[in-house]
Design a protein around this ligand. Sequence first.
Ligand SMILES: *Cc1c(COP(=O)(O)O)cnc(C)c1O
Length: 343
Amino acid sequence: MIDLRSDTVTKPSPEMREVIAKAAVGDDVYGEDPSVNLLEEESARLLGKEAGLFIPSGTMGNLAAMLTHCERGSEIILGDKAHTFLYEVGGIAALGGIQAHILPNQQDGTLGLEDIRKAIRMDDIHDPPTRLITLENTHNRCGGVALTGEYTRQVGEIAKEHQLKFHLDGARIFNAAAALKVNPAELVEPADSVMFCLSKGLGAPVGSVLCGEAAFIKRTRKTRKMLGGGMRQAGMIAAAGLYALEKNLPLLIQDHQRAADLARGLGGIEGLTLEHEKPPTNMVYINLARELLLNAEETALKLKDKGVLVGITGERQFRMVVHIWINDQDVEKVIQAFKDVLS
Ligand SMILES: *Cc1c(COP(=O)(O)O)cnc(C)c1O
């Protein structure tokens, strides 16, 4: 099977499994797991932050950051297509008593700067106080677009002006940096906290890392424990994360090139239209023309018969995510499978 449903399907390579088997471990709740400590230091170094915190999932990373930044009854400004708003089971509301103040995501994944300014509430007796602004980079539901350092800096300035905190859902921040050809630290510099996933394009089996100032990370370590995310000999998985940062991070750009190849091939097929002429990073969103008799679900079933798995993101829309286990031949096979199914 050629599995393009997500970059989360990436299984550890034999080399990574070897690293896992040999990992030095200790009790991380006591702060004694050398592999976890190293991963946290290395992550913070890569992102230019003081400290890092290894977290079981991206969802818990975002949640722990938000619970630490915000008190009950406060408000977070975030996009209506944000992963945190759409796909994190309402955790900030259910567990934090925090209200989401959603703003429309523009096609390029940004929130309008004027929209953000207008959304900030503070002094009126009726208002829940705004505490946090959140952005997502790359922006999943906006096609995997990368937000620029310049835009992020402008949002950071608004946050500072109003004494708000600024969190970045950087599940795929290294894809953004690779696409924009910038240092990832530059992209996250304006943010107080940033979460990234090891378990997606980086190809590690489990885990995310949250980075920020040392004092914030110290408080969030406690929040993580409260959520049940304190782990023991987590070096077994942290070692995979370290391997991923060293060996797999430089390969992300190849995923982007293959996504471009895939888009070029699919864009030439009658009845298919691309969301983005050139995919911004590793995702290809594609729409099925109304004239076609098949909808996305029926097409996906037929593709499955041909050995290709795709994500369904709408009545007539697919998402395909290119990752470390997809090679050039796979891209060719996927294009051919679409031709066969739609002809
Ligand atoms: C995957 C993802 C998350 C959550 O990560 P999990 O490890 O799946 O919980 C958060 N934000 C974005 C943008 C993601 O793509």
